[in-house]
Design a protein around this ligand. Structure first.
Ligand SMILES: Nc1nc2c(ncn2[C@@H]2O[C@H](COP(=O)(O)OP(=O)(O)OP(=O)(O)O)[C@@H](O)[C@H]2O)c(=O)[nH]1
Ligand SMILES: [Mg+2]
Ligand SMILES: [Zn+2]
Length: 337
């Protein structure tokens, strides 16, 4: 984030927000401590955080059975998907410890601090649609982010019904997606409205913990409603003026699928940024570059116009897509700004 001088009014507001935050944290600690010292809590048991509301979390010990919990003092940054030790209470339980994480997705908060947003994820479902149109590099940016945290991404094109009878749009999307299967990424296609692609999607979700990422309005909640019709999550039409989503889902929530597997929809991870990445990480986020890294003449080659650049030669030879190279360059330029 760029450094700038705050006006007096802004400084006052920032102070005020910090004071309020500290007050909330104190209150949270004392509610948890009171409950713990009152001694009317159940025995310690393992649980899973299935939703997150400000200073409280919803903890589940078995699918369908969950309770609101306070967090014990000094337990910070707990997120949906975290496994915890907790004690049942009346009306509120207490989370007393966090278990080790297998993986974590993070993103910078508005103050530039890296914050976790979901834990123990095995698979990222990157949802796109022809409307809202994915902006340039959107797919590659998400893929790089997924590669960096070492979680397998799957691309899911939703709203395929919008392509019916529109060969131009279809061709555009087909061109956009063509390169990914050649890189080993799975690409699925669904339509909630026309009831397409559900079987393949369900089998991709089976026995894994997946998280949805993707722009507002691509149909993430609609897809969950399709898989779990009793749920009836809120969905909203795109804005008529901009054709963009209106940020309907506001809490991270975890869903168990009857066919097996767990799916997390979190508003926090839709646009996880790249600004905290280095050039090396971005480079490593392009999996087709891997066999060539180290093969350029210059050790610090930026793959711009250096002589004997292995990446540029591979593009020349048609082994690496020019579009992907351009994405890489634009991403590097964006972090260097
Ligand atoms: N034509 C068409 N529209 C769809 C499809 N899936 C979802 N939509 C519509 O797209 C709009 C946005 O859907 P949501 O499910 O709210 O999108 P979201 O990704 O959850 O959006 P946020 O919660 O804001 O991130 C709604 O009007 C849905 O009815 C589809 O397969 N085809
Ligand atoms: Mg939603
Ligand atoms: Zn090079």
């Amino acid at each position: 984030m760029s450094k700038r001088k705050l006006t007096r009014r802004q400084a006052w507001r920032v102070n005020k927000i910090q004071e309020e935050r500290a007050k909330r944290a104190d209150k949270r600690d004392s509610s948890a401590d009171e409950a713990l010292s009152a001694g009317d809590l159940g025995p310690e048991r393992e649980g899973l955080i299935v939703a997150h509301f400000g200073t409280q979390v919803e903890v589940e010990s078995q699918p369908g059975k969950s309770q609101r919990c306070h967090l014990r003092a000094n337990l910070e940054g707990m997120v949906t998907g975290d496994r915890v030790i907790w004690r049942e209470g009346d009306p509120t339980g207490v989370v007393v410890a966090q278990l080790e994480r297998k993986s974590v997705l993070s993103r910078p908060d508005p103050y530039g601090k890296i914050k976790p947003v979901a834990a123990n994820i095995d698979q990222i479902i990157l949802v796109i649609a022809s409307l809202p149109e994915p902006h340039a590099n959107l797919i590659d940016r998400y893929l790089v982010a997924a590669e960096t945290v070492n979680i397998e991404p799957v691309i899911l094109l939703n709203k395929t019904d919008l392509l019916d009878g529109d060969p131009e749009r279809l061709e555009h999307i087909d061109n956009l997606l063509a390169v990914y299967p050649t890189l080993g990424y799975r690409v699925l296609r669904t339509s909630v409205n026309a009831d397409r692609g559900i079987e393949a999607f369900l089998s991709q979700l089976r026995d894994r913990t997946s998280v949805f990422v993707g722009q507002s309005g691509v149909g993430k909640s609609s897809l969950i409603n399709m898989l779990l019709p009793d749920l009836d999550l809120r969905v909203s039409a795109l804005s008529e003026s901009t054709n963009k989503g209106v940020h309907t889902t506001t809490t991270a929530q975890l869903f168990h699928l009857p066919t097996g597997g767990v799916l997390i929809d979190s508003p926090g991870i839709r646009e996880f940024g790249l600004w905290h990445m280095t050039r090396g990480q971005i480079e490593a986020g392009f999996r087709e570059f891997h066999p060539l890294l180290g093969a350029c003449k210059f050790r610090n080659c930026q793959h711009e116009q250096e002589p004997q650049c292995a990446i540029l030669e591979a593009v020349e030879a048609g082994q690496i897509s020019e579009k992907r190279l351009n994405s890489y360059r634009q991403m590097v330029a964006s972090i260097e700004d």
